[in-house]
Write a protein that binds this ligand. Structure first.
Ligand code: ADP
Length: 258
């Protein structure tokens, strides 16, 4: 808190009193800290792949290019690391677009099962590469008011996470159901699980439970913050339950079209 005081002096220098202005700046300080952390995080996330691209290209230029095997392996690393930067910049732009004032959805009546069918198609290659399977259960027709592309983004993100944080040959359950007010989409994996204390943090920008694993799975740490924003823009909510070593369930609630 900042406090300013000033004397109030009347005619002939008569002392009338003091004006005190109190200004609560704790919120401003907090936001400023979040902004600083964000910039530091972005810089760090960019520096890692850039350092690697620079190092490997310099080694190649110093003569390693003459060894065909080294050439191939270093170029592959350079290519993968450039991809990482591309994904990161894409996610950052996406987040900034979603967080901007005036961000709007293209809302129309949408069947959750149609979204799910499309996303299952798009994510099946990743699933098969880990010899995993989907178990799809459309319990109830659910028509909600939503933005098709944004819903696909939400579903894709959650399903990709379920695959990324699971062992090979496990199953990812995908369920669509309803209650009185909401269409519900649940993704349930048999993966690593998340500690209780971490659950509330995974929606923070750049937060990862295990940085190294997230990096290997191609994650930027921004996926769930984007998901949360998009769900809230739909007047929906997300609920996470998890048990370490057993798996995680993420339930998305989206208002039904009445
Ligand atoms: P990332 O790009 O790292 O996947 P996200 O924002 O999508 O970033 O997720 C944040 C973190 O939450 C992940 O790094 C991971 O530690 C954890 N997480 C997300 N989904 C799951 C899941 N299904 N099982 C276990 N951990 C998860």
């Amino acid at each position: 808190e900042q406090v300013y005081g000033a004397p109030v002096v009347g005619e002939h220098g008569r002392w009338l009193g003091v004006v005190i202005v109190m200004h609560d700046i704790s919120e401003i300080v907090r936001l400023e800290q979040i902004r600083k952390d964000f910039v530091a995080n972005v810089s760090h996330e960019l520096r890692t792949p850039i350092t690697s691209i620079k190092g490997f290209s310099e080694t190649l230029l110093d003569g390693a290019f003459k060894d065909e095997q080294m050439l191939l392996s270093f170029l592959t690393i350079i290519h993968d690391e450039s991809n990482r930067i591309e994904v990161l910049v894409h996610d950052l732009l996406e987040l900034s677009k979603i967080e901007r004032h005036g961000f709007t959805l293209d809302i129309m009546p949408t069947k959750l099962q149609d979204i799910l069918v499309r996303v299952v198609d798009l994510t099946s290659a990743q699933l098969e590469s880990k010899h995993m399977q989907f178990d799809v259960d459309i319990e109830q027709d659910a028509v909600i008011l939503g933005d098709v592309n944004r819903l696909m983004q939400i579903f894709t993100n959650l399903i990709n996470n379920a695959i990324a944080y699971s062992k090979e040959e496990t199953t990812v359950k995908l369920r669509i159901s309803t209650n009185n007010d909401y269409g519900i989409f649940e993704v349930k994996d048999e993966g690593l699980g998340i500690e209780k204390a971490e659950i509330s943090r995974i929606f923070e920008r750049f937060y990862r439970v295990d940085r190294a694993r997230s990096r290997n799975s191609g994650g930027t740490g921004l996926g769930l913050s984007i998901v949360k924003h998009l769900i809230e823009a739909h007047q929906g909510k997300i609920q996470v339950t998890s048990e370490v070593g057993k798996g995680t369930s993420m339930k998305v609630y989206l208002p039904l079209k009445k």
